[in-house]
Design a protein around this ligand. Structure first.
Ligand code: PMP
Length: 360
């Protein structure tokens, strides 16, 4: 077996120890005589797996008791619709901050359900910075304020938490959740597709303050009704059981690594050294304001983009996989989630130096 360093933006690399454990339990989970994929979601085995995963996530993020944790399907994209359906609560408008492509997608979907006020970013073509909150035109009558703490495509990340007073703050943490500690009490709702820092695609996690749920738009499908799902422990229909189990293994692995403080230290170090190489080597560049560069997704371009194909080909031959930038921006992107070992970033930097020397 030879595993590569996989820089995919998602689905993305998972901790090897987690995959090994899942492989060893594939046919027989802890003496039950069946694999997790084959279990009834209502049986005592799976119910214990589900409860333990939730407990570990609550521990990792210090989630207060007045928040529900939901394990759903439909991806973050499903949440783009579920959020207005659940959180308008009789209101008809919401604030959105536009820091890039994923914010825009969330805005487009929300417009089907309410009046959207783009409180910052409406005039930015491709934001490479984040406006200070003093520049935001927040609507005091908004039912919530939505933002995207980490834009996976452009690599623009908030390193601060907006203060929206009594208006609930809603965060699409798909590509940053579990990369550092979060004060959950500052948010009304946090959501994330699993396929970057949590586990396999097909699972979506929603963490929502209890008092915000239960007043949905009348046409809301019941699988998207947070109260229905919360009352049913996310089992109003069959949940994504295998993804839930795998997420649980990832949460255990994160605890073993020392939790989110420890992850943040390593993640910052990994990102800092990669940006240092990009900034110090004239062969590479990154257009994002240094104050809001992502720790998780590091896009960069080569000084001569006619060398892109050669870069990708030689990188792959050196065991560095999936570095091609998103089709909308081109260039390269290294996604360096929790499960990317620091040695992978070191290897990438060495390769970048070598490639620049040979082609510069
Ligand atoms: N939001 C962000 C920040 C993302 O990175 C992604 C996926 N790359 C999505 C939303 C969409 O997620 P999904 O494909 O799970 O619907």
């Amino acid at each position: 077996m030879s595993r590569v360093y996989n820089f995919s933006a998602g689905p993305a690399v998972l901790p090897e120890a987690v995959l090994e454990r899942a492989a060893s339990e594939m046919l027989d989970w802890q003496g039950s005589g069946m694999g997790v994929m084959e279990m009834s979601h209502r049986g005592k085995e799976f119910v214990s797996i589900a409860a333990e995963a939730e407990k570990d996530l609550r521990d990792l993020l210090s989630i207060p008791d007045n928040y529900k944790v939901l394990f759903l399907q439909g991806g973050a994209t499903g949440q783009f619709a579920a959020i207005p359906m659940n959180l308008l609560r009789g209101g008809d408008r919401a604030d959105y901050i536009n820091t890039g492509s994923w914010s825009e997608k969330a805005i487009k979907e929300a417009k089907k359900y309410c009046q959207v006020n783009v409180a910052w970013g409406a005039d930015e073509k491709t934001p490479m910075h984040i406006g200070a909150q003093s520049e935001w035109q927040l609507d005091p009558k908004a039912s919530y304020v939505h933002f995207t703490p980490n834009e996976t495509i452009s690599g623009v990340e908030f390193h601060w938490v907006p203060d929206t007073g009594d208006v609930p703050l809603v965060a699409d943490m798909s590509s940053t959740i579990l990369s550092r500690p979060v004060d959950v009490s500052k948010y009304g709702l946090i959501y994330a597709g699993a396929q970057k820092n949590i586990g396999p695609a097909g699972l979506t996690i929603v963490i929502v303050r209890e008092d915000l749920i239960g007043d949905v738009l009348p046409e809301t499908p019941s699988v998207w009704d947070y109260k229905v799902q919360a009352d049913a422990d996310s089992m109003s229909n069959t949940p994504p059981t295998y993804g839930w189990y795998l997420a649980g293994l990832v949460f255990k692995w994160l605890k073993e690594q020392g939790g989110l403080e420890a992850m943040a230290t390593v993640n910052k170090r990994k990102a800092d050294k990669l940006y240092a190489e990009i900034d110090n080597n004239p062969f590479y560049s990154n257009p994002v304001d240094p104050a809001c560069r992502s720790w998780m997704n590091v896009p960069f371009v080569l000084a001569d983009d006619s060398l892109n194909d050669a870069f990708l080909k030689e990188a792959a031959a050196a065991g560095l996989s999936t570095l091609k930038g998103h089709r909308s921006v081109g260039g390269m992107r290294a996604s360096i989630y929790n499960a990317m070992p620091e040695a992978g970033v070191d290897r990438l930097i060495e390769f970048m130096q070598d490639f620049a020397r040979r082609n510069g």
